[in-house]
Design a protein around this ligand. Structure first.
Ligand SMILES: CC(C)(COP(=O)(O)OP(=O)(O)OC[C@H]1O[C@@H](n2cnc3c(N)ncnc32)[C@H](O)[C@@H]1OP(=O)(O)O)[C@@H](O)C(=O)NCCC(=O)NCCS
Length: 455
């Protein structure tokens, strides 16, 4: 009823407005487009019937306006009653709906809940195994038995890793200085006189630029040795100052994540690995798969933590301390839709070294892209195997094969999978691929060193 009364009041108001228009007053729309539409014929009629009597003409206009208003009201009312229109459901791809923020939050909540359950189950089954102080006495008490052996292996891997990094750095240092020497010889030949270049040039901004051979100093090589990069440059980009708060945050993260990594390995990884030995020995396929999937979660979590600890916290800490400007240690590998994109973006220092000192030189020598890429993966596979086999003192090729398998995997994902499917395939290869290699090595190590004791 209220609606009807309101509509009636509107008619009265509009009639007054029309009268006013007849008298030459300016009409203002009362109800948006409807009012505006009503005024157009009113004005037209008024103009056309200038010759007729004013009163007759006004009545005619009122009649017409009323008719139009009535029709409009009827339409408005139908519109008010209607509650349907042609539209797609939100989850249909045709709807164009893209905001899945709530679903992502749901995934996070589910992830936290399911992991909390796993955490509780682990605590109930094994009690508290994590002990950060366990590391030092184990080294001192009985260094040649498990798990002190494990610590020696980790120590061995760290030392080998450090020497491998040093080797790659020195290779880069040698290459860059060779390029500089060749360029200066060429320039000198062109100028037909010996090239004299000041060791240090001062640019307009007050910045110092080192020229070859002015870079060949102990200070320079020591800076490069500790800088968070594998590729040598005569003049590295430098940050203006050390941000203390940034540096201490990274240092805190380094210490915190080291403890977390050790604790999670003791509490979560080692018990699952130990419980996987029997199914592996018996070649019980269903149990092996179950243990593999059980290992996949802690292994993946540790790998992600390691990524953050090393590529974000540690490298940024070192860079800040040395005022090293280029902080691009990783790119958005988590969005990889192809395996190639993952290898280009997850470890930028190694990728840059591979491109600059191995891949491009091979291309320049006339090797095809395919052969050069295979050669890079072969070299990388060799180093992966070397870093695992030597500390374990057994040669099994699992890491080598895992790395070489990236080539056919990259081809398969690039050829058959796109977008989210490609991204899921990359994640799956990371989540499942690594624990397979871990289990293989642990099993072989166990059989080699403890198999006879068990028998
Ligand atoms: C093999 C690998 C180097 C290929 O990298 P890629 O980026 O796919 O290679 P591309 O063919 O796209 O080319 C890379 C560069 O070579 C250049 N290039 C390509 N073809 C070229 C040619 N015929 N001549 C000269 N340069 C060429 C490109 O322009 C590009 O240069 P840019 O980097 O300056 O842009 C990379 O996948 C890789 O680093 N793999 C191993 C990673 C690894 O083992 N990491 C260990 C982490 S633990």
């Amino acid at each position: 009823m209220g609606d009807w009364n309101t509509a009636g009041a509107q008619i009265t108001r509009r009639r007054r407005a029309t009268f006013a228009a007849g008298k030459g007053a300016r009409l203002l729309p009362l109800n948006g487009s409807s009012a505006a539409a009503a005024h157009i014929p009113v004005a037209a009629e008024y103009g056309a019937s200038q010759g007729r009597g004013k009163r007759e003409h006004s009545l005619e206009i009122i009649r017409r306006t009323a008719k139009i208003e009535k029709k409009k009201r009827r339409n408005d009312f139908t519109e008010q009653l209607s509650c349907h229109r042609t539209q797609e459901s939100l989850l249909s791809s045709g709807s164009g709906y893209k905001n899945y923020r709530g679903v992502i939050n749901w995934c996070v909540v589910m992830l936290v809940l399911s992991n909390a359950r796993l955490f509780l189950e682990n605590l109930l089954r094994y009690g508290v195994l994590a002990d950060p102080t366990q590391v030092i006495p184990l080294f001192l008490k009985d260094p040649y038995s498990w798990p002190a052996m494990c610590l020696l292996i980790v120590g061995g891997a760290v030392v080998l890793g450090t020497y491998t990094i040093l080797l790659l750095k020195l290779y880069s240092y040698k290459d860059v200085n060779l390029w500089c020497r060749e360029m200066s010889t060429q320039k000198a030949k062109k100028l037909a006189r010996s090239l004299s270049c000041p060791a240090v040039q001062h640019l307009n901004g007050g910045e110092q630029q080192v020229c070859y051979p002015g870079n060949l100093t102990l200070k320079d090589i020591y800076y490069f040795t500790f800088a968070p990069t594998l590729c040598y440059e005569l003049n590295f980009p430098r940050s203006p100052n050390i941000r203390m708060s940034f540096m201490f945050r990274r240092l805190f993260e380094m210490l915190f994540f080291t403890q977390l990594l050790v604790g999670l390995t003791q509490q979560w990884m080692i018990p699952v690995i130990q419980s996987s030995m029997k199914p592996l020995e018996d070649m019980d396929l269903s149990r092996m798969t179950e243990r593999l999937l059980r290992l996949a979660v802690p292994n993946h979590l540790l790998w992600l933590l390691f990524f953050y600890w090393f590529f974000h916290s540690s490298l940024n800490f070192t860079a800040e301390l040395l005022r090293f400007g280029d902080r691009q240690f990783y790119k958005d590998w988590w969005n990889s839709e192809t395996v190639t994109y993952f290898w280009q973006n997850w470890n930028i220092p190694v990728h840059k070294w591979c491109i600059r000192h191995f891949y491009k030189p091979l291309l320049r020598k006339g090797f095809s892209k395919m052969v050069s890429q295979s050669a890079v993966f072969f070299l990388s596979a060799f180093f992966h195997e070397y870093l695992v086999s030597v500390p374990l003192r057994m040669f099994r090729l699992w890491a080598f094969m895992g790395m070489m398998a990236q080539l056919p995997l990259a081809w398969f994902v690039g050829r058959f999978l796109r977008g989210n499917y490609g991204n899921a395939a990359v994640w799956l290869s990371l989540i499942i691929g690594q624990p397979i290699a871990v289990l293989m090595y642990v099993h072989d190590y166990y059989v080699l060193n403890y198999g006879q004791e068990t028998n």
